[in-house]
Design a protein around this ligand. Structure first.
Ligand SMILES: Cc1cc2nc3c(=O)[nH]c(=O)nc-3n(C[C@H](O)[C@H](O)[C@H](O)COP(=O)(O)OP(=O)(O)OC[C@H]3O[C@@H](n4cnc5c(N)ncnc54)[C@H](O)[C@@H]3O)c2cc1C
Length: 545
C-alpha cells in the first residue's frame, strides 16, 4: 500500500462491499477517521458492473434492487450521489410450454385479474395472500434495524426493548410467523392456491438464492424475505439500476467519501493484528501493518473468524459454531448478450413488452422447482433449471451497443463441485440455460452472441462468497437474528475485543440492503464513545491524584 497512508486510524473496514461502504459512511459521519480496504480493483463486492465484452455493461452478480430500505437510501443521500432506478413491471412474467403465460403485477387487483385467466378462486385468494404477505413483511421489517441482543441474562433489558418493538404482534401473528419459519413454500402456497401455474409463479421466491427446494421446511420464509422490499414507495417492487449495480455501489462510495471516509482498492488484508486480547490493526498482503482502534470486517464470517483472525485467538465454542456455519446456495448467474429480444411462444404483444420490462421467469410449477432441487441435492446440476432473467437494456439502452441487449439470468441449481469438475460443467450449464429458454421462446438460442457463466466456485473465488452463498451463509432460522453468524456473537461484535462484522453474514442477512452495515455502525460508534469516555475519566482521575 502507498507508504503515505496514515498508519493509525480510528476504524478500518476490511472490504468495500456495499455493507462495508454503508458502515464506513455512518461511522465517518460521527467524526471517526475511517479507512476502507478493498481487495478487488472495484468497490461494491457482489454489487458491481463489469464489461466482459466491449460495450456491454453487465451486473455480473447481483442485478436488481428492492431490499434496501428507503431510510438507508435517504440517510446516505444516495440519489444525490447518482443512484437512479427504474421499476421492473410486471414483477414476474412466467411463460408455459403451451404458449400461455401469467404476469404477476405489483398492483394486487391487476394481478388478481391476470390470475383469474387460470383460476377464479385463486384470483380471489391472491388479494388476501398479498395483504397477508405484506403484513408479514411489515412485521419482520420492525426487526430489521434492531441490533440482536445475545442470549444472556445480562442482555435481558435489550430483549425487553425488542419485545417492546413487537408489542403490536398478536398471539395469532406470532403463530403465523412461526409457521412461516418452519413451513415449506409449497405447503404454504397450497394453503392459498389450487392452480399449479399460479403456485409455480409465486414459488420462485421461495428458492431464490437459497440452497433449498420449495418442498423443504423453512422455504416459506425465503418467499417472504423477497417480499420485504420497496422502491420509491412501491412495496415489493424490484428495479434496474442506472449503470448496472455499480450504480448503487458508486453512489455509496461517493456518499462515504463525502462523509470523510478514505476508500482504497487493490488492498488485500491478510490478517487482523491482535495485541493481547484486542484487535489492534490489520496486516496487508505486502506486510504493511495499519493500526486502528476498531476493526470492522465486511468479509464472510468464516473468512473473518478462521482466516483473518485465526482459531488460536477464538473461544472454542465460536470455532466450533463458525465451522458448522452453512454457506451454500447453488445459484449460477448466466449473463447473455443478445442481438434481439426473445419472443415467448404465445406472446403477440409488442417487443419490448411485458416479457422484457419485468422479470422473466421459467418456473411453470412447484414440481418443476422441486425437480431442479432434486438434481442438486444429489450432487448434479439441474437438468431443467429455475431461471429468472431481466433485460436491463430495455430500461437503460446505454448498457449495450446500439441494437443489442443484455439478458441477465439468475438460475438454480449447481452444487458446489471441485474446480476441475466445474470447468468441465460450466459450458454445459450455460448451453442448458439457453436451450431451456429456447423451449419457451423459439429462436432464442440463435440470438445469443456472448455467454458468461458465474457459478458457485466463481462466486467464491472472485467475490469471497464461500460455497457460492449469495447471502454470506444460509438464511435458515438457526442462522438468523441473534444466531447470525453464530450464537453469542449476533450483535455485530466478534469474539475478539474491538473487532466487528458488518456484512451479509450478520442480521438481517443477504441482499443489497445496507442494513447490516448501518446496524454495525451503531454498535461500533457506541463502543467508540464508551471507550473515549473511559479514557477521559481515567485521565481526569489521574489528574486529580
Ligand atoms: C449472483 C448473485 C446475484 C444476486 N442478486 C441479487 C439481487 O439482484 N438483488 C439483491 O438485493 N441481492 C442480490 N444478491 C445478494 C447480494 O449481492 C449480496 O448479499 C450482497 O451484495 C452482500 O453484500 P456485502 O457488502 O455484505 O458483501 P460483499 O458484497 O460480498 O462484499 C464483501 C467485500 O469484502 C471484500 N473482501 C473480502 N475479504 C477481503 C480481504 N481480506 N481484504 C480486503 N477486502 C476483502 C470483498 O472483495 C468484497 O468486496 C446476489 C448475489 C449474487 C452472488
Amino acid at each position: 500500500m502507498c507508504p503515505s497512508v496514515k498508519n493509525e486510524r480510528d476504524v478500518i473496514v476490511i472490504g468495500g462491499g456495499h455493507n462495508g461502504l454503508a458502515c464506513a459512511t455512518y461511522l465517518a459521519r460521527t467524526g471517526l477517521d475511517v479507512l476502507v480496504l478493498e481487495r478487488r480493483a472495484k468497490l461494491g463486492g457482489a454489487a458491481v458492473t463489469d464489461e466482459p465484452w466491449p460495450g456491454f455493461q453487465v451486473s455480473t452478480a447481483s442485478y436488481v434492487m428492492s431490499l434496501m430500505p428507503p431510510q438507508v437510501v435517504d440517510e446516505l443521500e444516495l440519489k444525490r450521489h447518482g443512484y437512479e432506478t427504474s421499476i421492473l413491471a410486471p414483477d414476474y412474467f412466467v411463460p408455459y410450454e403451451d404458449g400461455s403465460y401469467l404476469s404477476l403485477w405489483g398492483d394486487a387487483v391487476r394481478c388478481a385479474d391476470e390470475i383469474a385467466k387460470f383460476n377464479k378462486r385463486d384470483a380471489q385468494a391472491y388479494l388476501e395472500f398479498d395483504e397477508s404477505l405484506g403484513r408479514f413483511g411489515e412485521m419482520l421489517h420492525e426487526l430489521m434495524f434492531v441490533v440482536p441482543p445475545n442470549l444472556t441474562i445480562a442482555e435481558l433489558p435489550s430483549w425487553v426493548k425488542v419485545a417492546t418493538k413487537l408489542r403490536k404482534w398478536s398471539g395469532r401473528d406470532i403463530a403465523d410467523i412461526v409457521r412461516l419459519f418452519t413451513m415449506s413454500g409449497a405447503d404454504f402456497l397450497d394453503e392459498w392456491f389450487d392452480d399449479e401455474r399460479v403456485k409455480g409463479a409465486l414459488g420462485t421466491q421461495a428458492v431464490l438464492g437459497a440452497w433449498t427446494g420449495p418442498m423443504s421446511p423453512g422455504s416459506a420464509y425465503v418467499l417472504v424475505h423477497h417480499w420485504f422490499g420497496e422502491i420509491d414507495g412501491h412495496k415489493g417492487a424490484w428495479a434496474a439500476v442506472k449503470g448496472g449495480m455499480s450504480g448503487i455501489s458508486n453512489a455509496m462510495a461517493s456518499s462515504a467519501r463525502a462523509a470523510g471516509a478514505e476508500l482504497r482498492t487493490d488492498v488485500d488484508v491478510r490478517r487482523v493484528v491482535i495485541t493481547g486480547d484486542r484487535a489492534s490493526g490489520v496486516e496487508l498482503a505486502d506486510g504493511t501493518v495499519v493500526r486502528a482502534k476498531q476493526i470492522v470486517s465486511n468479509a464472510h464470517p468464516k473468512t473473518t473468524y478462521l482466516d483473518l483472525v485465526g482459531e488460536a485467538h477464538l473461544p472454542d465454542d465460536a470455532v466450533r459454531d463458525i465451522r458448522r456455519y452453512r454457506s451454500r446456495s447453488g445459484s449460477v448467474k448466466v449473463n447473455l448478450a443478445l442481438n434481439e429480444l426473445p419472443r415467448p411462444g404465445g406472446w403477440d404483444g409488442p417487443i419490448p413488452g411485458d416479457p422484457h420490462t419485468g422479470i422473466f421467469a421459467i418456473s411453470p410449477s412447484i414440481e418443476y422447482l422441486e425437480r431442479a432441487w432434486d438434481d442438486a441435492k444429489y450432487g448434479r446440476c439441474s437438468e431443467a433449471p429455475y431461471i429468472e432473467g431481466v433485460f436491463p437494456t430495455v430500461q437503460y439502452p446505454g448498457l449495450a451497443p446500439d441494437g443489442k441487449h443484455l439478458m441477465l439470468c439468475f438460475t438454480q441449481f449447481a452444487p458446489i463441485q471441485t474446480n476441475a469438475e466445474w470447468e468441465q460443467t460450466r459450458d454445459w450449464y450455460g448451453r442448458n440455460v439457453i436451450a431451456t429458454i429456447d423451449k419457451f421462446c423459439p429462436g432464442f438460442a440463435a440470438s445469443v452472441e456472448h455467454v458468461q457463466v458465474v457459478g458457485p466456485q466463481d462466486m467464491e473465488h472472485e467475490y469471497g462468497l464461500l460455497g457460492g452463498s449469495i447471502s454470506h451463509g444460509d438464511m435458515s432460522p438457526d442462522q438468523m437474528f441473534c444466531f447470525r453468524p453464530v450464537p453469542g456473537y449476533g450483535d455485530y461484535r466478534a469474539p475478539v475485543k474491538g473487532l466487528y462484522l458488518c456484512g451479509a453474514g450478520t442480521h438481517p442477512g443477504g441482499g443489497v440492503m445496507g442494513v447490516s452495515g448501518r446496524n454495525c455502525a451503531t454498535v461500533v460508534a457506541r463502543d467508540a464513545k464508551t471507550t473515549r469516555q473511559r479514557v477521559v475519566e481515567r485521565a481526569r482521575k489521574l489528574a486529580r491524584n
